[in-house]
Structures are given as structure tokens and as C-alpha cells.
Design a protein. Structure first.
Length: 561
């Protein structure tokens, strides 16, 4: 069987075909441009989520809370800062977590659908195109969201659309890259991720600032600052949409994929077609029901808010309380609901998409390793902007958080660049061990820094300088992990007949940690203790996750070293 790999516009034409051990034509070798074109959309996806999660959403949540306060209290700005600080963590969790639950189901569902999509355009391309266009609609709705509830619902749509495009895209590496080139391809994917993260943090961090709103001395000045902030939001959301559209277009034009055909064994088996169709319809139906369940969860969450004494007015955008105890009650109510539903939806998704750890232990261990490592990373990342403000006294939290991410990512590029080659030569597991060691060391630095700054031993400026230096060290460990993340899963995927679905399951190990990170993090940050203590607990939790993720990789038997 020969795979036709010619591409329009002078795109990559593989030069060599090899036969696999069964005698069938194996995947061809690809040129450097061919590998780059397969991975370029990963840059857009990382640009998108870095801009949203690191810079825009934490800042936009504070802006909406400030708007809510101004509507409620008029010209009295005395408690504005306390109001925003009391409610920002729980509100950020409420805004982001339901969308992540949507991603939990929609990612493997879209992957499963693309695995069985027949057409001249190939299996993956229609989803990448359609999902990206809907993603842009979601971004527009987020940009103009007048209140927190609207922002939450718009983010759910964005998650649905983005994962519809991302899950089929994730299958490109195992679909189109032969085993010999997967280390190189994984390195290119890692570099695309690095560039996307840097650009996403740099562009949005430079253009967006909530500080003028929170520092305003009069209601007119605050409203004027909010108007300026709204314009900034439209600009940064527009840039994200443009990057997504341009790199999606490059991907669908430059990457050629063969139309899907059922395997010979499946086609010849008596009753296989009818049995497969019935199973397929059941899985799709249950996936849609799971998404409907998440919508119900949104309603339950709002009822939990009401039970906690929090007033919700969609027109007035009021979703908070100036009293700290009420904010903490709301936090517990929301996160309790989210954790319960996360557990239900995760078990349902695992069953729906046939995830069986006993049958595929290596795949399960790779997913577990990723889940633990990402739990640690997301626990800190989710509240990075607030950390710079609350502990280090930053007056430009978006910019400082962006600078941290940029420095981290630049050093990560070093280990990512060499890590793909080193993992092929010396072993993928050793890269994970290196990663866990570096990142745990940085957590120890931050724990010490919290108390040194709080105790007045170090000034805020010196503390910020040390934090940025810690980001550089953290990046070395992060890059080491990125260099093997894709290659590890490509090595242990259970079946070539369902690559996108299994990659969707693997991506659950990225989605679940984000929900848990927001839930656990917002609970820790609501403890009645100084900021230095609360954020220290956050870093201790990070170390536990990182060490556990480093240990689990040793149980992957298919990867020897």
C-alpha cells in the first residue's frame, strides 16, 4: 500500500518509502519542511492558550470584578482592591473549570470521530478547519463578554471548538511520521510549543494591563480605565484569532493525508460493519450526553453559589461578595461541585473511549506520567499572575508574569532542542528524571523566597529578580520533559486504527490537571493565612506532583531507558 503524500504549492514530497516487518508499505521519510508543516499548528494552539490562561483570563476576571464593584458601590472605591482580591481566585476557577470539563469530553470525542471520517480531504483536516473557525467565534464572544457568566459560557464554546481542531491534529505525528523520525518530530513539536508560548506571553503581556483600573482614585477614572482596557482586550483577542486562522490555513494546505479506509481484517469480518456502526453510534451518543451533563453542571454550580450566599445578577454582572468569609464559602461550594463532576466525567470518558489500563499498561503509565507532571505545572501556572502581585508586590502583574514565562520558555528551548536527539541516543526516561529534578529544585527556591520577601530580608525588586532567575532554571527541566512528551506517547499508542481517539485520551491527562489545579489552588489560596504561607503550600503541592510524575515513568516497560 502506497501513501500519496504530494502537497499543493510545492509542499513536502517524501523521498523514501520503507517496508515494515509485515511487508506492507511503511510510513515514508519526510523532509525537514514536511516535519515542520505537520507541527506548525501546535505553535498556534500554544500561542492561544498561553495568552488566555497566563495573561488574559486572570486579568479579565479582575476587570469584570472591578466593573461589578463599580456598578454596586458607585463612587466609593475604598474597598475595590479588597473586593477583587477576595474573589479573584474563586472567580477564575468558576470561569475556567467548566470549559475544561467540556474539553475533557470533546477532545477524545472529536478524535474518535476523525478516526472514522471518510472523504477526499482526509480524516483530520475537516475538523482542524471547522474547529478553528468556530474557535474564532468563541474568542470574539469572550472579548465582548459583559459579565463573568457570559465569559464562562463563551470559554466553554472556545474549548469545544479548540479541542475539535486539536484532537485530530494531535494524531498527525503517529499518522504521518515514521518511528525513526518521531524523536526529531517531537523535538520540532516542542520547539513549536516554545515559540507559541513566548509569543503568546510577550504579545499579550505588552498590550494588556489591569493596574490602571485597580489604582484609579475616582469612579470616572476607573470607568475610563475600564474602557481603555476593553479596547486592549479586543486587540489581543483579535491577534489570537489571526494567528489561529493563519497557521490553520498553512496546515490544511501544506499537510496531505490519505482518505481513511477500514483495515482489511475489519472489512472481511462477518458482521463487522454493522457491529462497528452500532458501537460507533453509541459512543458518539454518550459523548453528546456527557457534554449535556456538563451544561447541567453549570446550572448546579450557579445554584451552589446561591446557597453560599452569593448574589448573581447576569445583567449587572455581579458575582462576588465583599465579605471574605462569603467568598470562601462560595469557593468551597463551587469547587466541591466541580471536583464531583470532574470525577464522574473522567470515569465516563475513560469508559466511553475504551481506556483500559490493564490491557494497555504502558499507554496508561505514559498518560499517568503526563497527568502528574502537568498537575504540578498547572498548579503554579494557573495563579502565576496573582503570585507576582500578592507575594512579590508587582505593580505590573501581566508584564511580570509574561516575562517569567518568556525567560522560562527560552531556557526550555535549549533542553527541548537537544532533548529530542538526546532522548533517542540516551533514553527518554532520563529526560523525565532530569525534568523532575530541575523543577523540584526551583520550587524549593520559591518556598524560601516567599518567606525572605515577607520577612523583609529581601526587597520586592530583588525577590522579583530571583523569581525570574528561578524561571530560567525551571525552564531547563520543563524543556527536558517537552522534548520527550510526544515521542513517549507515540511509542506506546495501543492501535494504529484509532490514533486520534487514543491521543484524545492522552490529552485528558492535560485537561484533568488544569481543572484540579484551579480547584486545589483556589482552595489553598483561600486559607486564612499570610500570602507567603498560602503560596508556599501551592509550591509544596507542586513538588509532590513533580516527584510522583518522575517516579511513574520507570514503569513504562516498552521504553527501556
Amino acid at each position: 500500500m502506497t501513501l500519496e503524500q504530494s502537497m499543493p504549492g510545492g509542499a513536502d514530497i517524501p523521498d523514501v518509502l520503507h517496508a515494515d516487518k509485515t511487508g506492507e508499505a511503511a510510513l515514508p521519510r519526510r523532509s525537514l519542511w514536511g516535519l515542520i508543516s505537520i507541527g506548525i499548528f501546535w505553535l498556534a494552539l500554544n500561542f492561544h492558550w498561553t495568552a488566555l490562561l497566563i495573561v488574559i483570563l486572570p486579568s479579565q476576571v479582575e476587570a469584570l470584578l472591578a466593573h461589578s464593584y463599580l456598578q454596586t458601590h458607585g463612587t466609593n472605591l475604598a474597598g475595590l482592591a479588597d473586593f477583587v482580591n477576595n474573589n479573584k481566585a474563586v472567580t477564575l476557577a468558576l470561569v475556567t473549570s467548566p470549559g475544561l470539563l467540556v474539553a475533557l469530553v470533546s477532545n477524545p470525542l472529536a478524535g474518535m470521530l476523525s478516526d472514522r471520517t471518510a472523504g477526499r480531504w482526509g480524516r483530520r483536516r475537516p475538523y482542524i478547519l471547522g474547529g478553528t473557525l468556530l474557535n474564532i467565534v468563541g474568542l470574539f464572544l469572550m472579548a465582548v463578554a459583559p459579565n463573568i457568566i457570559t465569559l464562562m459560557l463563551a470559554l466553554c464554546l472556545t474549548q469545544l471548538a479548540n479541542n475539535t481542531a486539536a484532537a485530530p491534529f494531535h494524531a498527525y505525528l503517529p499518522d504521518l511520521v515514521n518511528e525513526e523520525q518521531r524523536g526529531t518530530a517531537a523535538g520540532i513539536m516542542g520547539l513549536a510549543q516554545i515559540v507559541g508560548i513566548i509569543l503568546g506571553a510577550l504579545v499579550t503581556g505588552m498590550l494588556l494591563s489591569i493596574d490602571p483600573v485597580l489604582k484609579a482614585q475616582s469612579s470616572s477614572a476607573a470607568n475610563g480605565a475600564l474602557s481603555t482596557y476593553s479596547t486592549q482586550l479586543l486587540i489581543v483577542y483579535g491577534i489570537i484569532a489571526l494567528v489561529m486562522f493563519a497557521l490553520m490555513l498553512l496546515t490544511v494546505l501544506a499537510v496531505s493525508e490519505p482518505p481513511w479506509q477500514r483495515s482489511a481484517a475489519e472489512a472481511m469480518a462477518p458482521g463487522a460493519s454493522a457491529g462497528w456502526l452500532a458501537r460507533y453510534r453509541r459512543q458518539v451518543g454518550e459523548g453528546v450526553l456527557a457534554l449535556a451533563l456538563i451544561v447541567i453542571v453549570l446550572v448546579v454550580s450557579l445554584l451552589a453559589l446561591q446557597a453560599a450566599g452569593i448574589t448573581i445578577d447576569l445583567n449587572g454582572a455581579h458575582l462576588a461578595h465583599s465579605d471574605t468569609q462569603s467568598a470562601n464559602n462560595a469557593n468551597i461550594a463551587i469547587n466541591g461541585v466541580l471536583l464531583m463532576v470532574l470525577l464522574i466525567v473522567t470515569i465516563w470518558a475513560a469508559r466511553l473511549f475504551d481506556f483500559r489500563p490493564r490491557r494497555d499498561p504502558d499507554f496508561a503509565w505514559v498518560a499517568g506520567t503526563r497527568l502528574l507532571m502537568m498537575l504540578g505545572i498547572n498548579t503554579v501556572q494557573a495563579f502565576l499572575q496573582y503570585y507576582f502581585h500578592d507575594v512579590l508586590g508587582s505593580q505590573h502583574q501581566e508584564t511580570d508574569a509574561s516575562n517569567f514565562v518568556i525567560i522560562l520558555t527560552l531556557t526550555a528551548a535549549v533542553t527541548t532542542f537537544f532533548g529530542g536527539w538526546l532522548s533517542t541516543r540516551y533514553g527518554r526516561k532520563r529526560m523525565v528524571y532530569l525534568s523532575g529534578g530541575f523543577m523540584s529544585a526551583v520550587a524549593a527556591i520559591f518556598i524560601s523566597l516567599n518567606f525572605l520577601v515577607a520577612g523583609g530580608v529581601l526587597s520586592d525588586a530583588i525577590g522579583l529578580f530571583i523569581a525570574l532567575g528561578g524561571g530560567a532554571v525551571f525552564g531547563l527541566g520543563y524543556g527536558a520533559y517537552l522534548s520527550v512528551d510526544w515521542a513517549l506517547v507515540a511509542d506506546v499508542l495501543p492501535s494504529k486504527e484509532r490514533y486520534a481517539r487514543d491521543m484524545g485520551i492522552w490529552n485528558i491527562a492535560l485537561t484533568v490537571p488544569q481543572v484540579v489545579a484551579f480547584v486545589i489552588g483556589s482552595l489553598l489560596l483561600s486559607i486564612a493565612a499570610p500570602a507567603s504561607v498560602r503560596y508556599t503550600l501551592l509550591f509544596v503541592v507542586f513538588v509532590i506532583y513533580a516527584v510522583a510524575g518522575t517516579v511513574t515513568v520507570r514503569y513504562i516497560k516498552a521504553v527501556k531507558r
